[in-house]
Write a protein that binds this ligand. Structure first.
Ligand code: C2O
Ligand code: CU
Ligand code: CU
Length: 504
């Protein structure tokens, strides 16, 4: 185990609480040593003051859920998907009839959905009309490293590039794309940049089910409808907007037949979703990387950490209209005590039609017999010598004791071989781990010294780690080049809870 001894030491919860009180006692508004004033936003990592928020009732809500708009394929050639995506500023009226400047893909919230088939070649002309560099990252997809939007390859303001890659034959699943520039991800996603991508299989055992897509994101608007900068607490805990949107809509009306396949994305920067519908059972049939081998036993709720996806069938014995709830989940935030309340994300009217689900969905070849091992540790390090400003926060969230450095290679892996990774969350807060360019199979989880074998095989690229939890997974890397792994609370990632993996 590659554990470092930190000079500063990692604080335990007790010590943390002490600091918390002190900092909390410092006024967040207008103080002389206002943290907001410390860094300025050309780096995208500035800190804002907490301002009055737009009240929830000021955003129109309650409309029927609209399907995600799909990006039109401009190619006539079969097996080729060609389109243009432009990232740029768009002004929308979302709440209180006031204009909001957003950064969007093709002017849409969320970005247009890309629907392709296994084995297809994608050619996306990407134009950057933002005032900052950006990239397109294909979250979860096994695309070549130089097409995967690594921050080393920024698309500068006013310029464009083509992302071109051919999908593997067996990658049907639920993915998404979002920006990945150096130190700017939090800001760019907060302003609206994210879109979904679905890879279909020609031999889909659930092709007979109709499909719904619920892309869940959140948005913060202040009282004048603009998107405020992150506060100190946002940088610490991850930013959560007060508006939780499904396909860009607030509290939509969903109607379900009871035999539909629902793909759900948690596209929030930091918000955890614990989805529950009273009187309904949730049957998971797929994860980040597509279908499971068989449907799981029905569940009462489903936890989705930021960036996770799931495919679900919702069943009921009692047709009716219910709330889709986000149940309270305690992810042990610093310096704040959330109200432990459930919130309504949508209303769902559900019929009790059912169609039998096949007992076998597909077979997944288990990754076994690893030939190389890696130990990864997430930690939070407190060093108050710089006070509690941005420079302090930029040192706080670490991977194997280090803050991200674009020019440093943290780990090296060989392509095409099975590796076993042990990822340890040596901190008191939940962090979702994510790796680029591949997906893994969880083998077991260790919490409180108890190791529990994962009960089923599934493809995942993002997995939540509870405080002091270890996740052990097997993985194979595809294609040489620089990959990354990081916490997918985007503020932590932006602050440097991220590392480079060179695949050779
Ligand atoms: Cu979804 Cu490195 O990101
Ligand atoms: Cu990713
Ligand atoms: Cu984190």
């Amino acid at each position: 185990m590659k554990r470092r001894n930190f000079v500063q030491g990692t604080l335990g919860v007790g010590a943390f609480a002490l600091v918390a009180q002190k900092v909390w006692a410092m006024p967040m508004h207008g103080a002389k040593h206002d943290m907001a004033a410390m860094d300025h936003s050309q780096h995208g990592m500035a800190m804002g003051k907490s301002t009055a928020l737009m009240p929830l009732e000021k955003m129109p809500s309650g409309l029927p859920l609209a399907a995600l708009p799909v990006l039109r394929n401009e190619s006539r050639q079969s097996g080729v998907f060609k389109a243009t995506i432009t990232a740029g500023e768009t002004t929308l009226t979302l709440a209180d009839r006031k204009p909001t400047k957003m950064w969007l893909y093709n002017g849409q919230v969320p970005g247009p959905q890309i629907v392709v088939n296994e084995g297809d070649t994608l050619e996306i002309r990407f134009k950057n009309n933002l005032p900052q560099p950006t990239t397109l990252h294909w979250h979860g997809l096994p695309v070549p490293a130089d097409q995967d939007g690594h921050p080393m390859e920024p698309v500068e303001p006013g310029s464009e590039r083509i992302y071109r890659f051919t999908l593997a034959k067996d990658c049907a699943g639920t993915y998404w794309y979002h920006p990945h520039p150096h130190e700017l991800v939090s800001e760019q996603v907060a302003k609206g940049l994210a879109g979904s991508l679905v890879v279909r299989s020609k031999t889909d055992p659930l092709a007979h089910l109709t499909e719904q897509h619920w892309l869940i994101s959140d948005l913060r608007l202040d009282a004048d409808a603009s998107i405020p900068r992150n506060t100190m607490l946002d940088w610490m805990n991850g930013r959560e907007g007060q508006f939780v949107l499904i396909n860009g809509q607030l509290n939509p009306k969903i109607s379900l037949q009871g035999n539909e396949r629902i793909r759900i994305w948690n596209a929030c920067a930091a918000r955890y979703l614990r989805l529950h519908i009273p009187n309904c059972q949730l049957v998971i049939v797929g994860t980040d990387g597509g279908l499971l081998e068989q449907p799981l036993a029905a569940q009462d709720d489903i936890l989705l950490a930021p960036a996770e996806r799931v495919e679900v069938v919702v069943l009921t014995n009692k047709a009716g209209t219910y709330s889709l709830l986000n149940r309270y989940y305690d992810r042990s935030k610093m310096m704040v005590k959330d109200q432990p309340i459930d919130s309504q994300l949508a209303s769902v009217s559900i019929a009790n039609k059912r169609s039998e689900l096949p007992t076998k969905l597909r077979s997944i070849k288990a990754l076994i017999a690893p030939v190389a091992y890696k130990n990864i540790e997430f930690s939070e390090v407190m060093d108050h010598s710089n006070g509690m400003g941005m420079s302090h926060l930029k040192q706080m969230f670490r991977v194997n004791g280090k803050v991200f450095d674009m020019d440093r290679i943290d780990e090296t892996s060989q392509e095409g071989v099975v590796e076993q990774w042990r990822v340890f969350n040596n901190s008191h807060m939940d962090h979702p781990f994510h790796i680029h360019g591949t997906q893994f199979q969880v083998v077991s989880r260790i919490l409180n010294k108890r190791e529990v074998a994962e009960p089923y095989v599934a493809w995942k690229d993002t997995i939540n780690l509870k405080p002091y939890e270890t996740i052990i997974f097997n993985v194979v890397h595809h294609g040489k080049g620089m990959r990354m792994y990081h916490c997918h609370i985007l503020e932590h990632e932006t602050l440097g809870m991220m590392a480079n993996l060179n695949v050779v």
